[in-house]
Design a protein around this ligand. Structure first.
Ligand SMILES: NC(=O)c1ccc[n+]([C@@H]2O[C@H](COP(=O)([O-])OP(=O)(O)OC[C@H]3O[C@@H](n4cnc5c(N)ncnc54)[C@H](OP(=O)(O)O)[C@@H]3O)[C@@H](O)[C@H]2O)c1
Length: 349
């Protein structure tokens, strides 16, 4: 079968702030014939992760920095098999792949690539497999259960609580009996974090008096802080940590867009010593051996209705810049997703 591929590459390195369309280039490239064991997937959805912006900002100190011409990564895609030389996969089936590059037609060898599996559309929207059941859900799970170790009755504070990682972290801690408090931007988002994701409370960081709001929402202090944003929020949270508290250093999204946000006035690290805190960073892809266990646990929570997912979908193959801006500007609720082709499971394709 003959297809022309389109590979997404970095265009112009962006200026600080929102991305413009020229941040990415959409390059027509030939496809090689499949080798035995490989399948070809037409990408329908690709995850947009906060790191997509950090990878384009040399000042963000993000674990990976991309340059003009580089292929652009995503933590996961879901799409439909269009060709297969692996007898276990049949054209027409829906498939998920993790940690791949953004392109119209993706070629993978399922037996040699962790995280490639068929998806069951009855589990929910196709993109759930790159959200709560993909790397973002896994990130929340690894941070919560290897560093946070919440116990019933403990208070866990989660920043970027309305986003992909934060919403899952709060829900899985709540499922084991912790009291979960979120932080998000705006009264409407905060209300949805409580009503849709089931958090016990949510603090609007865009309102005045953030420290007082944390005191009110966490009256007996914070046992676990799931850190996604950095800056002033991190500083105020650290001042309210209880003895032997745990700080899960997951991300610093306020520092990813080249504006130098979030780096001012770091927290007083003396608190780490005085209060015997465990402050630990992690990169979820270092823990892939735990992915199958996560997937079993998360799938069971999804099927029992204890792990709720929402997504904000930006449509249009050449709209990647807008999808990334949606996330950094906080327009997303739940997972930010980029739709690159029609989804036959939805009515509007
Ligand atoms: N360590 C790892 O292995 C790993 C893996 C994946 C992701 N992460 C980290 O996890 C975090 C969440 O990533 P995600 O992909 O799930 O994104 P997300 O939470 O879905 O989206 C980012 C959210 O951050 C909030 N935000 C943006 N700028 C902010 C600012 N200046 N101050 C406070 N909040 C801000 C926005 O919500 P509001 O409307 O509430 O502002 C936005 O919706 C990021 O820090 C990311 O780097 C880490």
């Amino acid at each position: 079968m003959k297809y022309e591929n389109i590979v997404v590459r970095v265009g112009r390195m962006p200026l600080p702030g929102a991305l413009t369309a020229d941040a990415y280039e959409y390059c027509a490239e030939p496809l090689e014939a499949l080798k035995p064991g490989e399948i070809r997937i037409e990408t329908i959805y690709a995850s947009i992760d906060a790191g997509a912006r950090g990878m384009l900002d040399p000042s963000a100190n993000y674990p990976m920095l991309l340059r003009p011409g580089n292929r652009v990564y995503t933590s996961g895609v879901v799409g439909r098999v269009i060709e297969s030389l692996d007898p276990a996969f049949v054209p027409g089936e829906f498939v998920r792949a993790l940690s791949v590059t953004r392109q119209k037609y993706l070629t993978v060898a399922p037996k040699r690539t962790l995280g490639v599996r068929k998806v069951d559309p009855s589990d929910g929207p196709l993109h759930i497999h790159i959200g709560s059941l993909g790397m973002t859900g896994f990130t929340a799970w690894i941070g919560t259960f290897t560093i946070g170790l919440p116990k019933p009755g403990e208070t866990m504070l989660v920043s970027a609580a309305a986003g992909a990682v934060g919403s899952v972290a709060g829900q899985i801690a709540k499922a084991i009996g912790a009291r979960v408090v979120g932080i998000a931007g705006g009264a409407e988002k905060c209300s949805a974090v409580v009503s849709r994701f089931g958090f016990d409370a949510c603090i609007d960081y865009k309102s005045d008096g953030l420290g007082e709001a944390m005191d009110a929402a966490c009256p007996v202090g914070i046992d676990i802080y799931f850190e996604n944003v950095g800056g002033a929020i991190q500083k105020l949270a650290m001042e309210r940590m209880n003895m032997f508290g745990r700080i899960i250093m997951c991300g610093q999204v306020s520092q990813y867009d080249g504006n130098g946000g979030g780096s001012e006035g770091g927290p007083n690290l003396m608190n780490v010593i005085n209060r015997r805190l465990n402050l630990r960073g992690f990169i979820s892809s270092d823990h892939m051996d735990a992915f199958p266990a996560f997937e079993r646990s998360a799938l069971s929570l999804v099927r029992s209705g204890k792990l709720i997912s929402y997504a904000t979908v930006t449509k249009g193959f050449d709209q990647l810049h807008d999808a990334v801006n949606s996330l950094t500007q906080g327009r997303n609720f739940g997972q930010q997703v980029h739709q690159m082709a029609d989804d036959p499971m939805t009515s509007d394709c």
